[in-house]
Design a protein around this ligand. Structure first.
Ligand SMILES: NC(=O)c1ccc[n+]([C@@H]2O[C@H](COP(=O)([O-])OP(=O)(O)OC[C@H]3O[C@@H](n4cnc5c(N)ncnc54)[C@H](OP(=O)(O)O)[C@@H]3O)[C@@H](O)[C@H]2O)c1
Length: 554
């Protein structure tokens, strides 16, 4: 089989020289266990990997903050060069072709509310509009084949399919460092790494709301759905990763319908309202002047929870009025006063409690904006409260240096949601049985993908024979053979091949519709490979490398 002459030199060098530890196991073998304060049942979570360093990545987003320390990004990693074809032949002959014997791994590299402060999460956050670009950049890394980004207020998790666990993790961590400006060593301290079954189980738990600050909250399922929606048609959001996320949606729905995990579940926004009410005197609950900044999904929920707590009047600041008007119409009877963003500071001066939940990437309030605001009456506690559920944060932590102000962010909500650990554990246990069952199903589906190359090779093999024999036949029949007759012979050859392939193809598919077990399917695959010498074709690694080179060259 011919090899592309424009082979990627650095990539090949990496593959040849790779001295990574064995990466075939499904466990986070190099991880150090650390107890983390959240609901997770399994020992897997709270795994924080340490060690190693490096550089690379693709540029730091500019962020204006009062509390962000200067942190150096890692140095630039090696660039990919186009090189000769002999390397591929060397690779085939070398003992370093262990990738060919392994299936790629699903890996999650994550930093969540359980182990990473908001100061760090906000630098890592990637806005939805940039997810496709991020997927593209991740998949251009040497050992990454597929990718997805789950960036929410509670977590920044990168899911990848990696040719090598060790190198894939290193490359992604360096990329995260470069895009966020956070040194690799800091990322090592806070990140968790999960592989294959553990990664699958993790995203299922996330989708079910088991890993959320507010157990069973519904927003996370919507966010997982959004990952799939945005990923549709994005090249690197490949078969394995999209299959994983789609399955996670199924799990999220199942857990919420078949268990009572969501019963009485609050959301981040209701917890924010709860926190604010905890911080002001009860006597002022109905009179406190409430200001909500942002009228998106979260802003709307904050407004609704305020109403549920008896608030009948509030000011809502938003860039545009439409969303506020729609909320006003929905909440008939509640006085909602709309103000544009340009009047935000004037509105803040007239408010006791300020909720912020916008997608702004830079803070809306800094110390200098707040220090001269008129003081809040002692009847409402004498402090102006800023409850900020945005990530990146809308209120700089420097605002808390102002004597008449208090700032709370998403991490402070732990105080409200920590209640009743036993109840949380019980609900989580109910969900766990479903997650275990669904994880097995996903693994079986993934295993069944192993047969796809054999299916393709068998088809290609049969097609080659068909075309050769057809050509022989047509040349014997002469040039003056009518078009109709040519087509009839062509159809005949196709019909015979398809009928002959039907049985073997059926025995290579394992979609659980016919009760065939996976091991039987894999046995069939090996038998067909042997019978038709299909394994003498391109190795799995060659196929992958070729696909990557084609992608890079496009
Ligand atoms: N979704 C969740 O589950 C969740 C949970 C907790 C926290 N959060 C955080 O809450 C924040 C809002 O999330 P969301 O889900 O409500 O988003 P969303 O539905 O997309 O709404 C975005 C809001 O931000 C406003 N906005 C966007 N860019 C802005 C800018 N540059 N300056 C000022 N306002 C701007 C929008 O105004 P217009 O209406 O004029 O466009 C809208 O009100 C985010 O920081 C998010 O991380 C979200």
């Amino acid at each position: 089989m011919a090899v592309s002459s424009s082979f990627t030199g650095a990539k090949m060098e990496n593959l040849l020289l790779c001295s990574a530890p064995s990466s075939s196991s499904g466990s986070a073998s190099r991880a150090v266990s650390m107890q983390l304060p959240h609901v997770g049942l399994s020992k897997r979570r709270g795994l924080v990997q340490r060690g190693g360093a490096g550089g690379g990545g693709v540029g730091v987003r500019p962020v204006v903050r009062c509390d962000v320390g200067a942190s150096g990004a890692a140095p630039e990693g090696p660039r990919i060069d186009v090189s000769s074809l002999s390397a591929l032949e060397q690779l085939k002959a070398s003992a370093a072709d262990r990738y060919t014997k392994e299936r790629s791994s699903i890996v999650v590299i994550g930093l969540s509310v359980h182990s990473t402060p908001v100061e760090m999460r906000e630098k890592l956050a990637i806005p939805e509009a940039d997810w496709p670009r991020a997927i593209g950049e991740l998949c251009s890394l040497n050992h990454i084949e597929e990718a997805a980004v789950l960036s929410t207020c509670n977590r920044m998790e990168i899911y990848v399919v990696a040719l090598s666990q060790h190198r894939g993790v290193k490359e992604v961590t360096e990329w995260m460092s470069k895009t966020s400006g956070i040194p690799v060593s800091d990322l090592h301290q806070h990140r968790f790494l999960l592989y294959n079954k553990d990664a699958t189980q993790h995203i299922f738990e996330v989708s079910a709301g088991l890993d959320s600050l507010v157990l069973g909250e519904g927003q996370i399922l919507a966010q997982v759905k959004q990952v799939v929606k945005v990923g549709q048609g994005v090249v690197g959001f490949g078969r394995n990763i999209s299959g994983l996320f789609k399955h996670a949606i199924t799990v999220g729905k199942r857990v919420r319908t078949e268990t009572n995990i969501a019963s009485g579940a609050v959301s981040v926004s209701s917890a924010a309202v709860e926190l604010a009410l905890m911080k002001i005197p009860e006597s002022s609950h109905s009179d406190a002047r409430m200001l909500v900044i942002g009228a998106g999904k979260m802003g709307k929920l904050v407004i609704k929870h305020l109403v549920a707590k008896g608030c009948t009047k509030m000011v809502v600041v938003n860039r545009s009025e439409e969303r506020v008007a729609a909320i006003r119409e929905e909440l008939n009877g509640i006085e909602i006063i709309y103000k544009p963003l340009s009047e935000m500071l004037a509105c803040a001066a007239e408010a006791d409690v300020i909720f912020t939940s916008t997608a702004s990437e830079t803070p809306l309030f800094l110390k200098e904006n707040v220090k001269d605001l008129s003081p809040v009456s002692t009847e409402v506690g004498g402090l102006r409260l800023f409850v900020d559920i945005s990530v990146p944060r809308n209120v700089g932590s420097c605002v808390s240096e102002v004597s008449g102000a208090r700032v709370y962010n998403v991490d402070d909500l732990k105080e409200v949601v920590a209640a009743n650990k036993e109840d949380r554990l019980r609900k989580a246990m109910e969900a766990q049985a479903i997650i275990t069952e669904e994880s097995k199903q996903f693994e079986a589906w993934r295993d069944s993908l192993e047969t796809v190359p054999t299916i393709k090779k068998l088809r290609a093999y049969a097609e080659r024979i068909r075309l050769t024999e057809l050509e022989k036949c047509l040349s014997k029949m002469g040039d003056d053979l009518p078009k109709k007759s040519r087509r009839a012979v062509d159809d005949l050859s196709r019909g015979i091949v398809n009928k002959l392939l039907h049985g073997p193809m059926q025995h290579l598919r394992c979609d659980e519709s016919d009760g065939r077990t996976l091991s039987e399917t894999l046995e069939n695959m090996h038998a067909l490979n042997r019978m038709f010498s299909l394994e003498t074709d391109l190795s799995l690694l060659e196929t992958k490398i070729r696909a990557k080179i084609e992608q890079i060259q496009k």
